[in-house]
Design a protein around this ligand. Structure first.
Ligand code: 3H9
Length: 685
């Protein structure tokens, strides 16, 4: 097999090129090829300097993450970098694309770095529950100073080339082709000695270490990697580099073997797998989307219009009443205004984005659009009426999408005479912020329509997950199960704050009752009424006008101008009276039991969803919960979490819940029961 590393000579400069698509990850053959190439350059007396570059779309974007679950194979990246430390001639890295993780560490091991203007450099290991392993925590602070290195390593966010130049991480921004620029640079420095090595520099602190670390410690709730990263960075100022490197490696190995990193690596790959539709022909072509229209200028419609405007796609926002339209547009302008105030956007950029949003009060204005997204009131009759009109006005070949969060997309689609053009696009609120997009495939949705929607979702910065058409699709269907259980816990003895605390300690940013108060209790109340369903506590709260934060009272009370939930005696009394009325003896419920009672029925529902084919894979469900519902990524999503606990335990607890509550829905789903009895997990399905 040919090596993914090429060696060429340009006069007295050796050019070493990594060619390992798609992102030039450092799999074993690449590391071995690099060591061979550098050895050859070192021994060749006609070579005065070396340029390290890459083919394809990026400089090395990191270690090959798929190798992390396999036994390590020499040479490691550290061996390659140690060789560079001993090199007798300058090595210049030619950076472009995204030099990330091990890729940036490799570049930091070179003597010089030249970067193409659009390059983004970073150490994103923390996002995988890891820390850098090949010297990143030791070399980056030596080159850039602690005040720059710490946020890069602790946030994992990449920085642009210009910023890297200012902080000494790169030596030059290329004007034109980066490899050519690096070759010119290499000739310029070929005779300079001593060779500059990051390892020989001392770290500048620019402040007190603990003060720099404090905000990251505060945010690290429940996570292992940030503490390990801070410790490794502390070693960069307290220990000689070789000891620092040893400590870094030990921490990395420990984190790599831990559940948190396994969970985060699972989410990384699950996110990339989710848009792949098993039965979609590979050669299916996408339709071109040059213009969009959104019907409904409420909170969702406005947020969806912003997604298009942000991605540079002109969009027509249609709302029947001129006042409602004006209010919707004002809300969009206010949202952009906040971004400008916070320094995240210039006023000019705000104006450019606003200019991409055309306003209309006639549905006929949607006729120019290549995709129309309906975001009107969640009511089947209203939605069908809109789709019947869209069938008349939309141009042939336009995608017609409904942003319903529960309703039957087939029924909506049958209001048109072009059911193959119809699908669901379930955005999450706030639509301009939340990354998840459930792409709902209806019975007749055409393969090209599905492919177009997936490509468009990525273009507007969403994480698309294809789901089947079933009430509540995946996320809301499981959420409903959790809400029923949360209510039951209140009746059995827990208070809203106890339930919420158990879930925030589990890792959610907010507990279910605080979320309900934020979203507004009236929305689900209306939906329950329409379905003839009842939630004892939530319905009573609505009946006395407690709709959540918007009325400053819901499951909690809120003080003027504050979003901090406070326990409310009125709610406690209402809950206790309801338990008494229903003859339910109240008892203390421990946090562990609260977590099990909320999580296990949801997992059971997830098993049904898989069995029915509403979700293609357990990882799809995990991505939905991480990106749409704030499930902690370091726990890997509900189905990964289930595998970690072991399905037999979940089956047994569900069986016990079914007996205790008399609720047959708790009986283990056939898939869960089968996998548990076979000693398997969802991932082995
Ligand atoms: C590390 O380096 C630790 C070191 O300190 C240790 C050294 C010893 N490995 O995202 P895309 C696949 S930790 C394996 O859709 P984009 C990905 O699964 C690593 N595979 O493209 C997908 O496969 P498929 C630190 C990888 O253009 C395909 O490539 N580095 C890796 O939207 C395309 O990916 C990172 O964490 C990998 N490292 O974005 C960077 N990376 O086509 C992780 C990608 O089969 N990568 N794949 O679905 C990224 O952030 C993005 O992929 C990147 C490109 C920005 C590079």
């Amino acid at each position: 097999m040919s090596s993914p590393v090429e060696f060429r000579k340009y006069g007295d400069v050796a050019l070493v090129i990594v060619d390992n698509p798609p992102v030039n990850a450092l799999r074993h053959a690449v590391r071995a090829g690099l060591l061979d190439a550098f050895t050859r350059a070192r021994g060749d007396e006609t070579i005065a300097a070396v340029v390290l570059g890459c083919a394809g779309r990026t400089f090395v974007a990191g270690a090959d993450i798929t190798e992390f679950d396999k036994p390590p194979q020499a040479p490691g990246l550290s061996d390659v970098i140690a060789f560079l430390d001993e090199m007798n001639k300058p090595v210049v890295a030619a950076l472009f694309g995204t030099p990330l993780g091990g890729g940036l560490e490799l570049a930091l091991g070179c003597h010089y770095r030249v970067a193409a203007p659009g390059t983004r450099l970073g150490l994103p290991e923390i996002k995988l529950g890891l820390i850098p392993r090949a010297g990143g925590t030791q070399r980056l602070p030596r080159l850039a100073g602690m005040a720059k290195a710490m946020p890069m390593i602790l946030s994992g966010d990449p920085i642009p080339a210009g910023d890297a130049l200012k902080s000494g991480i790169v030596d030059e921004i290329a004007d034109g082709d980066v490899i050519a620029a690096a070759i010119v640079f290499a000739r310029k420095v070929s005779a300079l000695r001593p060779l500059p090595r990051a390892r020989d520099k001392t770290v500048t602190l620019d402040g007190d270490f603990e003060t720099l670390a404090a905000p990251f410690v505060k945010r690290a709730r429940g996570l292992d990697a940030p503490f390990a990263a801070i410790e490794a960075l502390r070693c960069a100022i307290t220990l000689p580099i070789d000891e620092g490197l040893t400590r870094e490696r030990e921490s990395f190995m420990r984190l790599r073997a831990g559940d948190q990193s396994k969970a985060q690596r699972h989410i990384f790959f699950a996110e990339r797998e989710a848009p792949k539709v098993r039965d979609l022909p590979k050669d299916v072509s996408s339709r071109e989307i040059r213009r969009a229209a959104v019907i409904g200028a409420g909170t969702m419609g406005g947020g969806i219009a912003m997604c298009f405007a942000n991605a540079g796609i002109p969009v027509t926002l249609v709302e029947t009443g001129a006042d409602a339209l004006a209010r919707g547009v004002e809300k969009i302008a206010a949202n952009y205004g906040v971004a400008v105030e916070r320094g995240g956007m210039t006023e000019d950029e705000k104006q450019r984005r606003m200019a991409r949003i055309e306003r209309a009060t006639e549905i006929g204005a949607a006729s120019k659009a290549d995709i129309v997204i309906e975001a009107v009131f969640e009511d089947m009759d209203i939605k069908r009426e809109v789709f019947a009109k869209l069938d008349d006005v939309s141009k042939p070949g336009a995608l017609l999408a409904t942003n319903t969060s529960y309703l039957d997309v087939d029924a909506i689609s049958r209001a048109t005479g072009r059911t193959s053009d119809v699908l669901g696009l379930h955005f999450f609120s706030p639509a301009n912020v939340m990354r998840l997009l459930e792409v709902v495939r209806a019975k007749d949705t055409g393969p090209d329509v599905l492919a177009t929607a997936i490509a468009l979702a990525r273009k507007i910065g969403k994480v698309p997950v294809v789901v089947g058409n079933g009430h509540g699709f995946v996320g809301n269907r499981m959420l409903r199960v959790r809400s029923i259980e949360a209510e039951r816990l209140l009746l059995e003895g827990a208070l809203p704050s106890e339930v919420d605390r158990a879930m925030t300690e589990f890792g959610f940013a907010m507990g279910p009752f605080a979320v309900s108060d934020l979203a507004g209790l009236d929305i689900s109340w209306r939906m329950r009424k329409a379905q003839g369903a009842r939630a004892e506590i939530a319905d009573q709260l609505c009946e006395i006008g407690r709709f959540g934060q918007k009325t400053m009272k819901g499951f909690y009370r809120y003080e003027p101008g504050s979003r901090i939930p406070k326990d409310d005696a009125e709610v406690v009394a209402l809950i206790e009276a309801t338990s008494a009325r229903l003859n339910i003896a109240r008892r203390a419920i421990a946090p562990d039991e609260i977590v099990e009672r909320l999580m296990f029925p949801m997992i059971n529902e997830g098993a049904c969803i898989l069995e029915e084919g509403i979700a293609q894979r357990p990882g799809d469900i995990d991505v939905i919960w991480v990106y749409g519902y704030g499930f902690p990524a370091w726990r890997g999503g509900p189905m990964f979490y289930a595998d970690l606990i072991g399905l037999p335990r979940i089956r047994d607890r569900l069986t016990a819940f079914a007996a205790e509550t008399g609720d047959k829905r708790h009986e283990p789903a056939p898939l869960l029961a089968r996998l548990a009895s076979e000693g398997k997990g969802f991932s082995d399905r």
